[in-house]
Design a protein around this ligand. Structure first.
Ligand SMILES: [Zn+2]
Length: 399
């Protein structure tokens, strides 16, 4: 367990003093962790086959990871043909990580084993107005999961808006402005005495789709998040594309209405998210109903036909296709996954988006790209993020 505690205390600097043999050993351990995350439980012989490492090397790496508490052995099940080989899996019996998704109206808090499987129902708490209150609410919700007998190894936090990946600082979040200038992972990690990582929410969705959703076998894909705003996460060659300082993916602030567009939270006018988002739909609903409708309220209102927004949704399908077509033309992904509650209102909305996208994408690029609804969630991405950070803390990432 000592290995995971290196995460937030300058472990990258610490690793450069390692001797070469122990560095190789740790790289092997990280490879075993990555294989178990990708394939699920494996016997040592299966790890040898998949990794290409020698049997003694795998045995040594697994023993070290067992001692560290990061993996555990499954009960061997009798097959009736000789002694079955015990499988090794990512630890879940006595260890857990926490995943937190912060959003404009609510935050979600979840606990999972290192295999990403949730331990209990996800908690939803109301997002308070101040940063101090936010930390207090999240600390209380996290502590409900931190029970005796289960060691909590770390916490991942997903945050909307601009997040500087170099400093872990929220820079500009129009929808959760109380986090601007703050370091929620450092502050909450300090309160809980846990290693912690902060992820921009679109990047979190990419990790969720990669580890627990539809992208488990896909190296090059994008996730478009259409919720309070519009964000983009891109994974190329199995690596997150974050940009110079983590600010990549702000496709929601691409101008799509150059003349007379509505004011966006960023200060500009005519941004994509002023015409495609829960917030944009809520604005239309407010106009029609003559009262203020919140973004988290409009989906239920429209789904229950308490307000007719079919013309507005049709227009949104066209605007959303502009974003999907741009992503396909620019990145040539094998898949674009769309994460949005808007398709809960009209199930054929996704088909209309795909149709419009086809009209606006270069045909060879469109033909190679699958477009589907994302399965992962932001709290799952936060869970995947802290597990990845713990795995990276076992050995440095060689780039
Ligand atoms: Zn904007």
């Amino acid at each position: 367990m000592a290995k995971s505690s290196r995460l937030v205390s300058g472990q990258r600097q610490g690793t450069v003093t390692l001797s070469w043999p122990s560095l190789v050993g740790r790289l092997n351990e990280r490879l075993v962790l990555q294989l178990l995350q990708r394939h699920g439980p494996l016997s040592r012989a299966e790890v040898v086959r998949v990794s290409g490492l020698s049997a003694p090397t795998v045995s040594k790496a697994v023993s070290s990871l067992l001692r560290a508490g990061l993996v555990e052995e499954e009960e061997a099940t009798e097959t009736g043909r000789g002694r079955p080989a015990a499988k090794v899996r990512l630890a879940r019996s006595r260890v857990q990580v926490l995943g937190i998704a912060v959003d404009a109206d609510h935050c979600w808090v979840a606990a999972a084993g290192l295999d990403g499987v949730l331990r209990c129902p996800v908690r939803r708490v109301t997002t308070p107005a101040s940063y101090e209150e936010l930390l207090t609410v999240l600390e209380a919700a996290a502590r409900e999961y931190m029970v005796e007998g289960i060691q909590t190894l770390g916490v991942g936090i997903s945050l909307p808006g601009l997040v500087d990946s170099r400093t872990g600082r929220g820079i500009l979040s129009p929808n959760v402005p109380m986090t601007n200038g703050h370091t929620p992972a450092v502050d909450l990690g300090s309160r809980l005495q846990l290693p912690a990582v902060l992820l921009q929410e679109s990047h979190a969705l990419c990790l969720a789709e990669r580890h627990y959703g539809l992208a488990r076998q896909i190296e090059d894909f994008a996730v478009l998040d259409v919720a309070t705003g519009v964000g983009l996460g891109v994974m190329m060659g199995g690596r997150l594309f974050t940009g110079h300082s983590g600010l990549a993916g702000e496709i929601g602030h691409m101008t799509v209405v150059p003349q007379g567009g509505r004011r966006c939270g960023c200060g500009n006018t005519g941004c994509l998210e002023t015409v495609v988002s829960d917030t944009a739909l809520a604005w239309h609903a407010s106009q029609k109903l003559g009262r203020l409708v919140r973004g988290d309220e409009v989906i239920e209102l429209a789904r229950n036909k308490l307000v007719d927004l079919s013309a507005e949704l049709d227009q949104m399908a066209g605007y959303l296709a502009l974003a999907v077509a741009t992503v396909i033309n620019v990145f040539n992904p094998a898949a674009v996954f769309i994460h949005t509650p808007l398709v809960d209102i009209e199930p054929d909305l996704l088909q209309r988006v795909i149709w419009h996208t086809q009209q606006r994408t270069l045909p060879p690029s469109f033909a190679q790209c699958q477009i589907a609804r994302a399965q992962g969630t932001k709290y799952q991405g936060a869970i995947a993020g802290i597990i990845q950070a713990l795995t990276d803390a076992v050995a440095p990432r060689i780039t």
